[in-house]
Design a protein around this ligand. Structure first.
Ligand code: 5GP
Length: 176
C-alpha cells in the first residue's frame, strides 16, 4: 500500500453510506436534479450516487483549483465551467471532501448568483476541525478527523484515485 498508513473507510462502508445518501436525496427532491460534480475527486462518488437515485438526474462538471500537494492555497480559480443555464434549476453540488470550506464557499455563491432555484451540497467526507468558512452542507457521508486522505477519487499528486477504499496518506520522510 506504499504511503497508505491505514484504511479509514472500507469499500463496503462507502457503498452502504452512498446508498443511504442517495435515498435521502431521492426523497427530498420532487423534480429533476442538476448535479454538478467537482472534478476530479468527486467522480467515483457521483457515479455511485446517481446510480442509486430513482429520479431524473442531469450530470455536469466543474473544475476548480486551490490545492498543491497536501496544502490548500486558499485561492480559487475556475478551470472548467458548466455550459448550462441554471435559472430555476435545483442544483446539487457533489464534492469529495470539505476541508477549509474555501472551495465550496466560493462555488455556492457563484452558482446562486446564476439564478438557480436551490443550491445544496452533498459531500462524501467532511473535516469539521479544519473549517475556515462556514458551509451549509445538507448531505454528509462521513465526518473525519484532520488527516490527509486518498482513494475513492481522491488523490495525492494525481495518484491513488483508483483505490476502492479511503486511506490515510502518510507523507512522513521515511515513507517517501
Ligand atoms: P477546501 O476548499 O474545503 O479546503 O478543500 C476542498 C478540496 O481540497 C477537496 O475537493 C479536495 O480536492 C482537497 N482536499 C482537502 N482535503 C483533502 C484530503 O484530505 N485529501 C485529498 N486527497 N484532497 C483533499
Amino acid at each position: 500500500m506504499g504511503n497508505i498508513k491505514e484504511i479509514l473507510i472500507s469499500e463496503d462502508q462507502i457503498k452502504n453510506r452512498i446508498f443511504d445518501l442517495a435515498k435521502e436525496i431521492e426523497k427530498d427532491y420532487d423534480d429533476e436534479i442538476l448535479m454538478i460534480g467537482i472534478l476530479k475527486g468527486s467522480t467515483l462518488f457521483m457515479a455511485d450516487l446517481i446510480r442509486n437515485i430513482d429520479k431524473t438526474v442531469y450530470m455536469e462538471f466543474m473544475q476548480v483549483s486551490s490545492y498543491e500537494g497536501t496544502e490548500s492555497t486558499g485561492k480559487i480559480n475556475i478551470k472548467k465551467d458548466i455550459e448550462v443555464d441554471l435559472t430555476g434549476k435545483d442544483v446539487l453540488v457533489v464534492e469529495d471532501i470539505i476541508d477549509t470550506g474555501n472551495t465550496l464557499g466560493y462555488l455556492v455563491e457563484n452558482l446562486r448568483s446564476r439564478g438557480a432555484k436551490s443550491v445544496e451540497i452533498v459531500t462524501l467526507l467532511s473535516k469539521p476541525e479544519r473549517r475556515l468558512k462556514e458551509i451549509d452542507c445538507k448531505y454528509i457521508g462521513f465526518e473525519i478527523e484532520d488527516k490527509f486522505v486518498v482513494g475513492f477519487g481522491m488523490d495525492y499528486n494525481q495518484r491513488y484515485r483508483n483505490l476502492s477504499y479511503i486511506g490515510i496518506y502518510d507523507n512522513s520522510e521515511e515513507n517517501i
